[in-house]
Write a protein that binds this ligand. Structure first.
Ligand SMILES: Nc1nc2c(c(=O)[nH]1)N[C@H]1C(S)=C(S)[C@@H](COP(=O)(O)OP(=O)(O)OC[C@H]3O[C@@H](n4cnc5c(N)ncnc54)[C@H](O)[C@@H]3O)O[C@H]1N2
Ligand code: MOO
Length: 413
């Protein structure tokens, strides 16, 4: 009985990421303070120079460098100190030959000066006499107008994610509002008669919804917004109604459970029951996650993930996350670490096998220890630092072999 029309992982990814199936997110304007982690929807250019004026990087005296060539402790150069520059105010004086002007760190350099001497290399004998005991190079201890960023320089390219440092530079050039991609709107449906919410007490045979929350967190971590989250019983009409509502209010629908072929697994038939519904695949040759369904409804992608928490999480990582990133114009850039296997590991022949793994580091080398367990075990995910992918043609991995671990969280040691 060939129930699944199985796709290889490669083909599944190609279908999910094909131009016909990806969406273009709209653009919106957000306040700078809310821009962290958002994706810029148009290239941002500096509108001014940073710094906007020549300024000192030290507390000291602005001088003409040729006045103090060869200055030393034993034969200091003698200059006349002039009025000082005040922080936050324009330097209106001019530094002439034979003169020095006091400038605090970050203060504006007076016209005529071409170097800053640190105060510890000077000695103020009286109001008219300043000894300089060390020479400096032209431009020393000065940042010039536009050294950091010049007007029209690119700050962020379209599609880049805004970091904390980017927020600072955007403030520095005066951006109060930033044009970013709207967050992808995601509906998450946890299906199954046995599923109850966290605040209910399970009767025998019932379990609390884990996937709905894992998937919500995973969507948010990818920069998406969960606009609808619901528990749906194994009831064709209820699932159909939830799918219809989800497709209307979201850009993407994710279901968990009901992807297999049990009598109550309605996901596939519910999608197909709509005129605009279509099944793109049912079954991917991966372990875990084989019964995954990918379809479309009203032009929106619908991912039917397996109910087992680890399987649904792996399929999110390898299929849904790349889909969300492609909608954000960002190629997948999973962070991988090379590590040494601490045990032998068997793979499922003919399938790409994904195994949750703990990483530890000894003397600068990472070691990967697979967490053995069934895909229904949630603790696999909470313990794991990442996962190993064993290609379908490989029989397994051996102890001591170097592998790539794709990180799903930060490495703590
Ligand atoms: N005859 C076959 N049976 C199964 C096959 C198969 O190929 N032939 N594949 C197995 C595999 S692999 C998986 S994975 C599961 C997937 O089944 P479903 O997607 O239909 O998921 P359910 O049966 O609804 O649930 C499986 C398991 O996960 C628990 N679950 C479901 N939802 C949640 C949730 N939101 N939070 C926590 N746990 C959840 C559910 O109670 C079940 O224990 O099918 C195999 N069967
Ligand atoms: O997706 Mo299933 O987890 O291979 O058991």
């Amino acid at each position: 009985m060939n129930i699944f029309n199985m796709k290889s992982l490669h083909d599944a990814k190609a279908i999910v990421l094909s131009k016909d199936n990806t969406i273009e997110l709209k653009s919106e304007s957000v306040h700078l303070l809310n821009s962290h982690g958002r994706i810029v929807s148009e290239t941002l250019y500096a509108q001014v120079d940073i710094p906007a004026f020549n300024r000192s990087t030290v507390d000291g005296y602005a001088v003409k460098v040729k006045d103090i060539l060869g200055a030393s402790d034993s034969i200091p150069s003698i200059l006349t100190p002039k009025s000082e520059v005040l922080m936050g105010e324009a330097a209106t004086m001019v530094c002439h030959l034979g003169e020095a002007v006091y400038v605090p760190t970050g203060g504006m350099l007076p016209e005529g000066a071409d170097g800053m001497v640190m105060i510890e290399h000077t000695e103020l004998l009286d109001q008219q006499t300043l000894l300089i005991k060390k020479p400096i190079a032209y431009g020393e201890n000065i940042t010039y107008k536009g050294d950091d960023l010049k007007e029209k320089d690119v700050i962020l390219e379209k599609g880049e994610k805004i970091s904390a440092y980017d927020m600072g530079i955007l403030a520095g050039v005066g951006f109060g509002q930033v044009k970013v991609l709207s967050k992808i709107k995601v509906a998450i449906l946890s299906t199954g008669d046995e599923i109850i919410d966290y605040d209910q007490v399970p009767n025998p045979g019932q379990i609390r919804d884990i996937n709905g929350y894992t998937l919500s967190g995973a969507v948010m971590a990818c920069g998406g917004e969960v606009v609808y989250k619901a528990l749906i019983k194994d009831d064709f009409e209820a699932l159909r109604a939830a799918l219809e509502h989800s497709a209307q209010i979201s850009d993407l629908v994710i279901l968990s459970g009901g992807s297999s072929v049990g009598t109550c697994d309605y996901t596939k038939s519910a999608i197909e029951s709509f005129e605009t519904g279509e099944i793109l695949m049912h079954g991917i040759s991966v372990k875990p996650g084989k019964p995954t369904i990918v379809g479309k409804l009203e032009g929106k992608m619908v991912f039917g993930l397996p109910g087992h928490p680890a399987a649904s999480a792996i399929i999110f990582e390898i299929l849904v996350k790349p889909y969300i990133r492609s909608s954000q114009m960002r190629p997948s850039n999973d962070f991988k670490v090379r590590a040494i296997m601490t045990t032998n590991l068997h793979a499922a022949p003919g399938k790409d096998t994904f195994v949750m793994t703990v990483l530890h580091r000894e003397e600068g080398i990472y070691y990967a220890t697979p967490i053995q367990g069934k895909s229904g075990l949630m603790t696999l995910l909470t313990k794991a630092t990442g996962y190993i992918q064993i290609a379908s043609e490989q029989e397994g991995l051996y102890k001591g072999q170097e592998v790539e671990v794709t990180l799903i969280k930060e490495v703590s040691s």
